[in-house]
Every structure is written in structure tokens, then in C-alpha cells.
Write a protein that binds this ligand. Structure first.
Ligand code: FAD
Length: 265
């Protein structure tokens, strides 16, 4: 039975191992398609590293790696950076103590019923939600960076990352269309959390029943009532979201306190 191969997990939790596996994949696999980074690509990567190094509520060894990467990117006067140099840093070739990002890929909350399903794209969404929630919970975290005081800092950075580097080009195109349509209406850090939630549900609705859907993990309008009953109401026979409740739920679900360290090594 397929289910016996599954690692036990709790869908009301977020798993650090998914986030770390996602960062590993991003830095060592996705970015490896580039020989060098320069111009707009380099700026996109620097903004991404700024956002994750300041907002990722991760283990000390991973945060330290991201901070070191950021310091290095900022201090380099180069207009062009070879990918090999980024990889050396991700692999801690300089042997700086207390700095590490595992090379092991293990999906738990993001595990799929086949290798082609879920995994990295699931972890990228998860990271994206965690970052918007962290930005809303710690509004000063991006102080003294180029992204300070911008309610769109995380959304714009991820939009650029997805449009530039995300291996699924069709996804990038769809996401850009959604961003152009309504991202500029976001005026606060809380609205950014809700915007991302709404757009993710729009993607879920579009993909329901397609080949992207893992039959073991059907696309739903999330959070389902078993996760957040108070998020749902019926008014005049129609389903409505209670957005205040959704926001409170997202801030709890994607908070540092709800990230489980289970399965990390
Ligand atoms: P995912 O959709 O990856 O979600 C991961 C987890 O997030 C879920 O398990 C759930 O716990 C939680 N979640 C679900 N919905 C929400 C929500 N509304 N708010 C907050 N949390 C939620 N694939 C395509 O085939 N075509 C596309 O155009 C496409 N566009 C994409 C755009 C982006 C930016 C990304 C990151 C991925 C895109 N993908 C696309 C991939 C696709 O959305 C899924 O990531 C993939 O199919 C794996 O689905 P999943 O079941 O693991 O759940």
C-alpha cells in the first residue's frame, strides 16, 4: 500500500525539513542552471537572500549561512558573480564554524505519491507564506536594507525570484499575470499575507483535476474547515471567507512556533 511509504505528518503543522530541503534545492539545483549571475538576475538574487536571511525563522546554522551569503554578496564589488562561488559558500567550503545547510532532500508536509509530484514547488509556496507572515509579525526585520518599510517587500522579491529563476516557466507566467492584476493594491503587511493566500487558492482552483494534482493530496480551497472552522461561513446559501479569521489563522499556522523540527538531522 502506498500509504505505508508515507512518513507520518500533521497537516496542521509546517515542517522545517521541507523549508530546508527547499532552500537546498533552490541554491544547489535551481540556481545551478546559471553559470554566472549579473544585472537584473544578480539584483533579484541579492534581494531574495536579503529577505530570507532577515526573515527566515530557521535553525541557527542555516540562518548563519544565509547571513554570510548576504554579507558576501553586499561586500563584493563585482558586477558578475560566478555560480560556483555561491555554491562554494552554500557548501561552506571555507569551513566557517556553525554554518550548514543539509544536502539531503526530504519532503514531509510536501511529500508526494510520486517523485514528480509536490516537493519543491510545495516548499516554495510554504516558504513564501512563512516569509509574508514573518514580515507582518516583525515589521522592523528589514530595517537598514533596501527593502525597509515596503509592505510589498516579500511579495515583490518572490515575484522577481519566481519570474527569473523558478524552473516552472508556465508557473512564473501565471504568477506574473496575477501580480500585475492586483499586487499594487496591497497597502500593508497584513494585506500581503492575505493577498498571497487568495492567489494561492486561485492557483489551487485552476489546477484542481489537472495532472499537477497529486491524487493523494487533492487541491482544495485552503484552509479547509477541519483546519479553521471559523474561517468559513455560509451567507444566503453561499460560501464566504471570514478574512479576519483567515488572517489570524495564517499568522498562527505559518508562525515560527508552528514549524516542527521533526525529521531534521
Ligand atoms: P501546494 O499548492 O504547493 O501548497 C503547499 C501547501 O500550502 C499545501 O499543502 C497547504 O498546506 C498550503 N496551502 C494550500 N493552499 C494555500 C493557500 N491558499 N494559502 C496558504 N497555504 C496554502 N503548477 C502548475 O501546474 N501550473 C501553474 O501555473 C503553477 N503556478 C505556480 C506558481 C507558484 C508561485 C508556485 C510556487 C507553484 C506553482 N505551481 C503551478 C505548482 C503548484 O501550485 C503546486 O505547488 C504543486 O502542484 C504542488 O501542489 P501541492 O499539493 O503540494 O500544494
Amino acid at each position: 500500500k502506498i500509504t505505508e511509504l508515507f512518513k507520518e505528518f500533521d497537516k496542521s503543522k509546517v515542517y522545517m525539513v521541507d523549508l530546508e530541503s527547499g532552500l537546498h534545492y533552490l541554491l544547489r539545483v535551481e540556481l545551478a542552471t546559471r553559470k554566472t549571475l549579473e544585472g537584473a538576475e544578480l539584483k533579484t538574487f541579492k534581494d531574495f537572500v536579503t529577505v530570507v536571511s532577515k526573515l527566515f525563522p530557521g535553525r541557527q546554522s542555516v540562518v548563519k549561512l544565509l547571513e554570510t551569503l548576504l554579507e558576501w554578496l553586499i561586500s563584493l564589488p563585482l558586477e558578475k558573480i560566478p555560480y560556483e562561488a555561491i555554491l562554494d559558500l552554500a557548501n561552506n567550503k571555507m569551513r566557517i564554524s556553525g554554518l550548514h545547510l543539509s544536502e539531503r532532500v526530504q519532503w514531509i508536509g510536501c511529500q508526494g505519491s510520486s517523485v514528480a509530484l509536490r516537493g519543491y514547488p510545495c516548499s516554495l509556496w510554504t516558504l513564501f507564506h512563512v516569509l509574508t507572515v514573518q514580515a507582518a509579525s516583525r515589521p522592523d526585520a528589514l530595517a537598514n536594507t533596501a527593502l525597509e518599510d515596503d509592505p510589498l517587500a516579500v511579495l515583490q522579491t518572490m515575484r522577481q525570484y519566481i519570474g527569473t529563476f523558478f524552473g516552472c516557466h508556465e508557473c512564473g507566467k501565471h504568477f506574473e499575470e496575477m501580480a500585475q492584476e492586483s499586487m499594487s493594491q496591497v497597502k500593508s503587511l497584513d494585506e500581503a499575507v492575505l493577498w498571497l493566500w487568495r492567489k494561492h487558492n486561485q492557483v489551487n482552483a485552476r489546477l484542481a483535476g489537472t495532472l499537477s494534482e497529486d491524487p493523494m493530496f487533492p487541491k482544495t480551497q485552503w484552509p479547509t474547515p477541519d483546519l479553521c472552522q471559523a474561517c468559513h461561513e455560509e451567507q444566503d446559501g453561499l460560501h464566504v471567507w471570514i478574512e479576519d479569521m483567515v488572517l489570524a489563522f495564517l499568522k498562527k499556522h505559518y508562525s515560527a512556533a508552528n514549524i516542527s523540527p521533526k525529521y531534521t538531522t
